[in-house]
Design a protein around this ligand. Structure first.
Ligand code: TSJ
Length: 648
């Protein structure tokens, strides 16, 4: 991979003064990002040496004076004289702006790319820089300073020749530099940012051992990262808190036309896709041609397999790309020359040849993987997941057609059970979806009809997760909910038509109630996700106990509160335990559960529903006051727990 080095390979392009004049052109900003870019540049050079097989350890030290050291155990920057410039290679590296792999394609450099500003640019933006090269038993040293003793600018000028400092049995390169505070308002390198980057580099470049030491801190000042599994370890790390559908991480690597690609894949029971891609160790947050090639090949190979084995009887031409990415965790790492970046933040790979290379490499090797007898269990799990995703999508499409028809033909009867409110301002209006006809009756009588609408549910609604949407929509309860909300469903969903900005689920505080709540949340999650995203969905909470002492009536929402209220109730009191909402009369239901001044409702948000469920438990268990709308900003909605609750 590496080409033999000659000192005159280094192209002389520009003077260091240009960098001082326009630091932004070389490092983007002079803020935190730019400051850290200096360090990345130096580290990238060491990573190159290691990736090419000449070094295996890279040490980074953050010193008390805010200078930083990077050490590798590679061959050492060449110390021989440059043919044209008649200076040692080391000195050329730090004093002549060169573009490395960016322009000079002979001198192959895989890292740096976008920010490959060169070591000379780092020197130009440093107050001073020192380099040591240990090679052939000799220790070489040179120092550069950007200011003279009386403060005149002399951008990155050598203040020593390349000296032989003594003998050594080490080998490698050591560079220490102090970012110039005249360029960077803040020269403090952030330990966490550096640690995160080194960990990422360790995942991306297997076997290289990165050590970070922070001499500015008393404790917690050392990190060591080394992953022999590389991208496979990366994917396992990303999936640590998830439930994988198969134990193995699929690993594919290959090369085509000078483009080297590594891919690691594992599916989990999640519903989202997480693809992380890199080019020359640079994160491509906006994706680009390599990701496109990956997705195309993944879709094609898996679809071909499904077709060949007649695994899906859907009527159209196969599964969608998205079907194969539900629950996918993947890391794609590409190494190539002449990279071009595009996009809003210049983090999108443009090179079209990367798309074809990834397509070819993945097509070949993924097919090989899925045909391997040893992988059949994993393949089955992956295909099953994709087919299920496709079925849900397909059913949703069919169902929408049905609703469209139904909506136009028989819209009126659908909202028959709904007791709507008189107010016309959707922002103020609330829809209570209430478990059971008797609680529904009380709610209808107890409500403030100006802004509260009631929709009683008879029995348990259909478990949406176990049905296709056409079946869901054949179900009267759900059709009624959809009609009442006014938004349409799935792709036709339009939030602007929402008739109630608060949708409050009111179910009993028992197993059945929890189940009903879970089914409704799942329905909203599957088909009206936007409702949850925008915070329109709430869970209402009714009291568990009524404490009467004389003419005084109090309510308790949990056991702790009951104990407390009983204590203060005095000698004679009675406690009634509500077995369900239906046992409350209209006034009681209004007072305890519906009146915005007293009630307790929990907003459901999308991040993680387990959290929402947990929060409800906490509230039911401990929290006593206040009795008012409780917005749980971090209450989350996680299908996994809800599905578990439903026994799916
Ligand atoms: F950025 C930098 F220049 F300051 C820097 C370079 C910083 C650090 C920490 C390490 C390095 C670096 C460079 N480590 N290893 C090398 N290797 C070479 O420059 C090198 C050595 C030998 C040959 C050869 O062909 O014999 C070629 C190269 C590019």
């Amino acid at each position: 991979m590496a080409k033999s080095y000659e000192a005159n390979d280094i192209q002389v392009l520009e003077g260091l003064k240009a960098v001082r004049l326009r630091p932004g052109m070389y490092i983007g900003t002079t803020g935190s990002r730019g400051l850290h870019h200096l360090l990345w540049e130096i580290i990238d050079n060491a990573v190159d040496e290691a990736v090419n097989g000449y070094a295996s350890n890279i040490d980074v030290i953050l010193h008390a004076d805010n200078s930083a050291t990077v050490i590798d155990d590679g061959r050492g920057i060449p110390v021989g004289n440059h043919d044209v410039l008649k200076k040692p290679g080391v000195e050329v590296v730090f004093t002549q702006l060169h573009a490395g792999g960016k322009f000079n394609t002979n001198n192959y450099s895989y890292s740096g790319g976008l920010h490959g500003v060169g070591a000379a640019a780092v020197n130009a933006l440093s107050e001073w820089l020192e380099v040591e090269v240990a090679v052939d038993g000799q220790l070489y040293y040179q120092r550069y300073e950007t200011f003279t003793e009386n403060g005149d600018l002399q951008v990155g000028k050598p203040v020593t020749p390349l000296l032989i400092k003594g003998k050594t049995d080490r080998k490698g390169t050591r560079v220490r530099f102090l970012p110039d505070k005249r360029v960077f308002p803040d020269i403090h390198l952030n330990f966490d940012i550096v640690a995160k980057r080194l960990k990422e580099l360790a995942f991306l470049n297997k076997g290289i051992k990165f050590t970070l030491t922070d001499e500015r801190m008393d404790d917690n000042n050392k990190r060591v990262y080394c992953f022999d599994g590389g991208l496979v370890d990366f994917v396992r790390y990303l999936n640590e808190d998830k439930t994988p559908l198969h134990n193995d991480v699929i690993y594919i690597e290959g090369e085509k036309d000078g483009i080297y690609a590594q891919i690691a894949i594992q599916y989990t029971d999640a519903y989202t896709e997480s693809i992380f891609s890199y080019v020359n160790n640079i994160p491509t947050t906006e994706g680009g041609s390599h990701e496109t090639g990956f997705k195309t090949a993944l879709t094609r190979v898996l679809n071909d397999y499904i077709k060949t084995n007649s695994l899906y009887k859907g009527k159209n031409s196969g599964l969608n790309g998205e079907d194969f990415r539900e629950g996918l965790t993947a890391v794609i790492s590409v190494k190539m020359n002449n990279i071009q970046f595009e996009g809003q933040t210049k983090t999108k790979l443009g090179n079209p040849e990367a798309r074809t290379a990834l397509e070819t490499i993945l097509s070949d090797k993924l097919l090989y993987y899925i045909e391997d007898i040893d992988n059949q269990e994993s393949v089955r799990a992956i295909i099953e997941k994709a087919i299920n995703a496709a079925k849900v999508r397909e059913a949703a499409r069919k169902a929408k057609e049905i609703t469209r028809r139904k909506n136009s033909l028989e819209a009126a009867p659908l909202v028959g059970k709904l007791a709507s409110c008189t107010g016309r301002d959707a922002k103020l209006n609330e829809l209570f979806i209430v478990e059971g006809d008797s609680a529904g009756g009380s709610a209808k009588q107890g409500r403030d009809r100006r802004f509260q609408a009631i929709l009683p549910l008879r029995g348990k609604p259909l478990n949406v997760e176990k049905k296709r949407l056409d079946q869901v929509l054949a179900n009267e309860e759900f059709r009624t909910i959809i009609s009442a909300l006014g938004t349409g469903i799935d792709e036709d969903f339009n939030i602007d038509s929402l008739k109630y900005h608060k949708i409050i689920i009111l179910s009993d505080a028992d197993q059945d109630g929890a189940h009903i709540r879970a089914i409704l949340l799942t329905f909203f999650f599957r088909y009206m996700k936007e409702l949850i995203k925008r915070g329109h969905v709430y869970i209402g909470m009714a009291p568990l106990y009524k404490i009467t002492s004389g003419s005084k009536v109090e309510y308790a929402y949990n056991d702790e509160e009951l104990t407390m209220k009983v204590k203060s109730a005095g000698k004679s009191y009675t406690v009634q335990r509500y077995k369900g909402l239906g046992e409350m009369n209209p006034e009681q239901l209004w007072e305890t559960t519906m009146n915005p001044a007293n009630r307790f409702i929990v907003q459901v948000t999308l991040e993680d529903a387990a959290e929402a469920e947990r929060l409800i438990t906490i509230l039911m268990g401990d929290k006593v006051e206040p009795r008012r709308d409780y917005i749980a900003a971090n209450a989350n909605f996680n299908k996994k727990d809800i599905f578990q609750e439903m026994g799916v």
